[in-house]
Design a protein around this ligand. Structure first.
Ligand code: F6P
Length: 542
């Protein structure tokens, strides 16, 4: 039996339900601002490196009070301690979940000596590769998938301003050869460093790409595999069997989607250097400290996690959109999809009982302003309410090559970017009445339509919730804090829902079926297959 009460079985859940019926469902953010002049100050918060404006959300004092009651009922603080102190909270795999230990300063946190030794060794290697005059390396090809790809790929893209122009990092994940082939075009074995990243070193996609990369390396006359291939894995034996002798290991208490802080962060360290990698860890640690010590009512991961529960389980919103207004963060939505949906996409509680309430929302998004010209139409006027998370960065960093007239122009573009970000959250909240739409001129509208009908097409319901997160600049430290914020927020909602956020059995069935279908694609054997799969198999073999 789980040590923690189920969220839906205590008085707070029922109280939240009746609060929702009485006032939550009809809550109007616009009226809340009218009634509460200090609403922005009340519902915004400076956490380490991240300022958060929650004031455009459907939340008031009573909602927060009840959500905090719910947190107390499920003993959120005790669950949080179990996380930080290394209790085996990933109970289906009997493992602790200690990614926070990876970013704790030396001497603090569990396994500190092992963590620091592993970090020092990985960073020394990273700096040696980054020393291009000595290493001769111009290109790093990182091969991994899921948690062994998304974090490093997202972070390296976000921190391009810190990467030397002479060093290119490439990320290959898909088993589809169209991922690897274009990366290899133009590379030379003697200037290329491959990193094979796989916690288990059994993942089909990664092993296939690693074998293909090795074949290319030898085909191109490469000679020193030991020097040009390194592995980050907790299965050093399998890496050695593959022929890799430079191996960086880590522990079973580092989950794949929480592993960028471990040796899986090697491509990040090569890209930005050891000092900046340490800054990334420090930023994350600062957010961990905030999460661990700030009172729950002023604790940003707690507030965001509880808001997620409020929207998912009481408002019934099934998705959340993330809109980073920084091109460097364009892979953040994909990263968050794994973090949130692989962690909290669960249908049973810790005791294995089916859940009568929803868990992970669908998380999706695109960098602003691009998303505005694609799906924002639906956010503004569609039939579903989708809370949006805007992320803005105050100060841009384009690199030293951007100067003079170009710098002036790009700075002006940054102002436009920020104005767009503000405008979208404002529009979602304010909306536009049919009367206001009727009063406006609409030069491109059809003259044949009745004004009332046209006004209804051109009106916006408004009252659509959003959160805005602001960073001063996109640096290793602020990015570390931002990622840790998301990790801890996912922990909070998972803890309230009483699920195991740290396993991923849902990916196993497809893997097993793929292994059984693989030979059938060659032999055509369709025995025992369902009609659709058999039909498609035959089509593919035609
Ligand atoms: O998709 C399932 C998964 O197990 C993820 O959780 C993990 O991040 C990914 O596969 C890659 O696994 P590995 O690092 O073992 O190759």
């Amino acid at each position: 039996m789980s040590d923690y009460p189920r969220c839906d079985r205590g008085p707070s859940w029922a109280a939240l339900q009746s609060h929702f019926q009485q006032s939550g469902a009809a809550f109007d953010v616009r009226r809340a601002f009218d009634a509460e002049p200090g609403r922005f100050a009340r519902w915004s918060l400076q956490a380490p490196e991240v300022f958060a404006d929650l004031s455009k959300n459907r939340i008031d004092e009573r909602t927060l009070e009840l959500l905090l009651d719910l947190a107390a009922e499920v003993r959120l603080e005790s669950q949080r301690e179990a996380l930080f102190t290394g209790a085996p909270i990933n109970l289906t795999e009997g493992r602790a979940v200690l990614h926070t230990a990876l970013r704790a300063p030396a001497g603090q946190g569990p396994f500190s000596d092992e963590v620091q030794a592993s970090l020092d060794r990985m960073l020394a290697f990273a700096d040696s590769v980054r020393d291009q005059a000595r290493s001769g390396i111009t290109d790093v090809v990182h091969i991994g998938i899921g948690g062994s790809d998304l974090g490093p790929a997202m972070v390296v893209q976000a921190l391009q301003a810190f990467v030397p122009a002479t060093l290119k990092l490439h990320f290959v994940s898909n088993v589809d050869g169209h991922d690897l082939a274009p990366v290899l075009r133009g590379l030379r074995p003697e200037t290329t460093q491959f990193i094979i990243a796989s916690k288990t070193f059994t993942t089909q996609e990664t092993l296939a790409n690693a074998l293909a990369a090795k074949a290319w390396f030898l085909q191109q006359g490469g000679t020193d595999i030991a020097r040009h291939f390194a592995a980050t894995t907790s299965n050093a034996k399998a890496a050695a069997e593959f022929g890799i002798s430079t191996t960086f290991g880590f522990w079973d208490w580092v989950g794949g989607r929480y592993s960028l802080w471990s040796v899986i962060g090697l491509p990040i360290a090569i890209a930005v250097g050891s000092a900046q990698f340490r800054a990334l860890l420090a930023g994350a640690h600062a957010m961990d400290q905030h999460f661990r010590t700030a009172p729950l009512a002023r604790n940003l991961p707690v507030l965001l996690g509880l808001l997620d529960v409020w929207y998912r389980n009481f408002h019934g919103f099934t998705s959340r959109s993330v809109a980073p207004y920084h091109q460097g963060l364009r892979r953040l939505p994909a990263y968050l999809q794994q973090l949130e949906m692989e962690s909290n996409g669960k249908g049973v509680d810790r005791d294995g009982a089916s859940l009568p309430y929803g868990t992970s929302p669908v998380v999706w998004g695109e960098a602003g302003t691009n998303g505005q010209h694609a799906y924002f139409q639906m956010l503004h006027q569609g039939t579903d309410v989708i809370p949006v998370e805007f992320i803005a960065v105050k100060r841009p960093q384009y690199g030293e090559h951007v100067q003079g007239e170009l710098l002036a122009r790009l700075s002006d573009q940054h102002t436009k970017l920020l104005a767009n970000c503000l405008a979208q959250s404002q529009a979602l909240m304010q909306g536009k009445t049919a009367d206001a739409a009727r009063a406006e001129s609409a030069p491109t509208a059809s003259k044949d339509l009745a004004p009332d009908v046209l006004a209804r097409h051109r009106s916006f319901p408004g009252n659509r919730p959003s959160t805005t997160l602001l960073l001063e600049a996109l640096t290793p430290s602020s990015l570390g804090a931002l990622i840790a914020l998301y990790e801890q927020r996912v922990f909070v909602s998972g803890a309230v829902w009483g699920i195991n956020s740290f396993d991923q059995w849902g990916v196993e069935l497809g893997k097993a079926l793929c292994n059984s279908l693989l030979p059938r694609l060659s032999t055509g054997d369709a025995s025992g297959l369902d009609g659709s799969t058999a039909g498609l198999l035959a089509k593919l073999r035609d």
